[in-house]
Design a protein around this ligand. Structure first.
Ligand code: NCD
Ligand code: ZN
Ligand code: ZN
Ligand code: ZN
Length: 375
């Protein structure tokens, strides 16, 4: 981090957890709108989740998705392959051995998509045949995922941990040197919405009762506080947005799980820095450095391909109000943080050495590159 007269030069944010909705659900988001939202907010690399239509559970579907992202994304990108309830272990082996992806995402609870795996034998096979497994796991499913990682896994990344109870399970496992080893490490992710929002805010208006629904559901204010304390004790590895856009009409019509996140995550964290809740060093670790290490992005490609010049300039003193207007790049067109007054904003985004965003203007001439492990 370099301080240039109040503005910070930082590595670009790497968002481990986004749902860009392409292919199949592109009325909610696509690689163009999703990547523009990233560029604006300071995210230079996003990783996309497999619960699209079709799901990213075959090599062929993954290659199709890659083609679309290569054509459209203006920031860098990577993909988590999906574990299927119909046993796609042969596809997992193909994808990982060819280097088309190096991570597998599985869903152990009900959420958006049709990817819930309930069969223990399939779960075991997925862990046995994967490197790092990312899990959507709530409550007891966290215990199960930790067991699976210990007995047959090579690494576990617990997504969007929402509460003190669930986080304690993961922290205890991380501290246990039989459960968290070099052979099968454990990583903890929290989202901005589980840090900044809670049931009190959700229940405060009829609108919020519908909008602020996601999996895992928001918890209490005391859970927000426990998550912040854990961050400052160094017990959390990453902040991923779980950017899960749905149209506002869908959200208001019936309970729909997920909310957008990429356009506000860094600004919310810089604002938290201004409020004395977190250091800039910790923000950099959770949003840039640790994601790169965990995803092994530092080993991708070659230096001369320009992958490493992913840089942002953040004005930590810029005051602004989060508005729901045409400055929103995400196709979903809304944010749970409407009218929040924040101090701190990204002003410049450089991807692969090219400026893709500067002071309110997106430059979409340049295309992002895929994080490629096949070389
Ligand atoms: C996500 C989505 O909409 O894709 N929804 C959510 O509530 N978080 C799926 C997920 O991450 O569980
Ligand atoms: Zn999830
Ligand atoms: Zn998610
Ligand atoms: Zn240029």
């Amino acid at each position: 981090i370099i301080d240039i007269e109040g503005k910070l030069v930082m590595p670009g944010v790497i968002d481990v957890h986004t749902h860009m909705r392409e292919p199949g659900i592109t009325y909610k988001e696509d690689f163009t709108t999703g990547s523009r939202a990233c560029a604006k907010a300071g995210i230079t690399t996003f990783y996309d989740m497999p619960n699209t239509i079709p799901a990213t559970t075959t090599l062929e579907n993954l290659l199709e998705k890659k083609k679309l992202a290569n054509e459209k994304s203006i920031v860098n990108f990577g993909f988590h392959f999906g574990g299927s309830k119909n046993d796609n272990v042969e596809e997992i082996k193909k994808v990982l051995s060819s280097g088309e992806a190096n991570t597998v995402k599985i869903f152990m609870n009900v959420t958006t998509g049709e990817m819930l795996i309930e069969d223990d034998e399939i779960l075991k096979k997925v862990f046995k045949n994967s490197k790092l497994v990312l899990v959507h796991a709530e409550n007891e499913m966290i215990d199960k995922a930790i067991e699976l990682n210990k007995n047959c896994g090579k690494g576990l990344y617990v997504c969007h941990i929402p509460s003190e109870n669930e986080l304690k399970k993961v922290i205890n496992a991380k501290k246990n040197n039989e459960l968290n080893t070099k052979e099968h490490p454990i990583y903890a992710e929290v989202t901005p919405h589980h840090l900044f929002l809670n049931t009190e805010i959700r229940e405060s208006t009829e609108r919020n009762k519908m909008l602020l629904r996601m999996k895992p559901e928001l918890r209490e204010k005391s859970d927000n506080e426990f998550l912040w304390e854990a961050i400052n004790r160094g017990e959390i590895d990453t902040i991923g947005t779980d950017h899960a856009p749905h149209l506002i009409s869908e959200k208001l019509e019936k309970i729909t799980f997920g909310m957008p996140g990429v356009e506000t995550s860094l600004a919310l964290m810089i604002n938290a820095f201004n409020e004395g809740k977190i250091s800039l060093e910790m923000i950099q670790k959770l949003m840039c450095e640790n994601p790169a290490k965990i995803l092994k992005i530092e080993k991708r490609g070659k230096l001369e391909e320009g992958f490493f010049a992913d840089i942002i300039v953040v004005d930590t003193q810029k005051e602004w109000i989060v508005a729901v207007d045409d400055t929103i790049e995400s196709k979903c067109g809304w944010t749970p943080y409407e009218n929040w007054e924040l101090k701190g904003k990204n002003t410049l985004t450089i991807v692969n050495g090219e400026i893709v965003y500067e002071n309110g203007k997106i430059n979409d001439i340049h295309k992002g590159k895929e994080i490629d492990f096949s070389k």
